[in-house]
Design a protein around this ligand. Sequence first.
Ligand code: BGP
Length: 467
Amino acid sequence: MYHKRIEKFPDDFLFGAGTSSFQVEGGIKEGGRGIAVHDLKKPKKGITDFSVASDHYHRFEEDIELMKELGLNSYRFSISWVRILPDGKNINKEGLDFYNRLIQKLTDSGIEPIVTIYHFEYPKALVDKYKGWLSRESIEDYVNFAGILFSNYGDRVKYWLTINEQDHLLKIPERIGFPAEMTGLEYERNAQTANYNMCVAAAKVTELCHKMIPGAKIAPIINPMPAIPASNLPDDLIASMEFNELSAYYMLDLNCRGKYSPVYRKYLEDRDIFPEINDDDMKLMKDNPPDFIAVNYYMNQTIAVSSIKEIALRGKEVFVSEEVGIYKIAKNEYIPQTDWGWNICPEGLKIAIMEIYNRYQLPMLITENGLGAYDKLENGEIHDSYRIDYISRHLSQVKDCISLGFPVFGYYAWSFIDLVSGREGMDKRYGFVYVNRDNDDLKDLSRIKKDSYYWYKKTIAERGQDL
Ligand code: BGP
């Protein structure tokens, strides 16, 4: 619909950027930190591990100065579970102090901290003890961890995020501590048990947050890839709707309504992977909905119906090209892709915002959005016009949504500074600030502002007037 647009973003709009602890901090053997499950994963050949990352653990003060200069009014980061509770049970004071200093520096700099409680970093000790999320004991340990954060930082942190992309997390075995050999039916059943336990844990933490921190707001984080039907065949539209249900909304239905949606329930029943659930847990979820929804958006998908008529298991890949009997991913001539084959479709962000609001009627924060690219350092400069183009077009869609009346109250580019990409190491960079290192050579780890840094600074100062 053609419509009138706001001239600038509202005064209280949060212009932010984000990171996660294991991707940015490094110092994994320092400060009494324990071992997280993914610390043990052998990186792909030629790709770095997380041991030094961007060295934020030692340079956070310098990094916050750069945030301040950029004009960020909010910063999203995660707290490493194993810095706070190295063995999953006992508090490590050094870990508490580290985040205390970080949060203090942020608030002193006028930057609103927004904390992800659990971003892909699970204590190995809890996997060894009771198989992590497969056991109900995991719920209490997560609640205990969150309670420690609320009591130590709740005076300064008012926005909390429960679990980063639970929908994707369950497809990356090493991040939840499932052995790599676990496959097939066993994997799928266990993933559903872990999913259920995480939903119960998130509901308990939502309840606790509201009890412990007056006025605090808390949300789950979803990574939707809103589907466009591959053709005008009605079955492609149905397959697109089912794709959205099975890849994203199944989780929000549990978080926001305490319900398994019909399509998701049937999917689980037909494959004999429906987890054991109980009425008290479902009531707990229903009674403790989030205050808002956090959306990580990178790409959309184009979906066609899968013509194979059979009930099949999905497997543990994050991106499957076909869910047999349901949908398959199709090409779309209108949508370009990144160097890593991720679709670039800013309109997809608008579709996600409209769909999520229409379904849940909750305010939204865009907590991740950005472009992974091979940046080149040339004569001390990084000319990343492709990133400026990507972010400005996505932010423009957010402006459009706000103009239409959708309650989006902040945008966090991924990422503030270069960090170690989950699967691609330092090759795939996302930051406004370049970190002078590569996979094999730590160089001097110095910070260099990219062209996109200056562009975002101007955009924030003008409150998005040019978008
Ligand atoms: C999101 C994660 C981030 C980040 C981002 C980019 O799913 O929440 O932690 O990794 O994706 O992904 P990648 O580094 O694989 O390009």
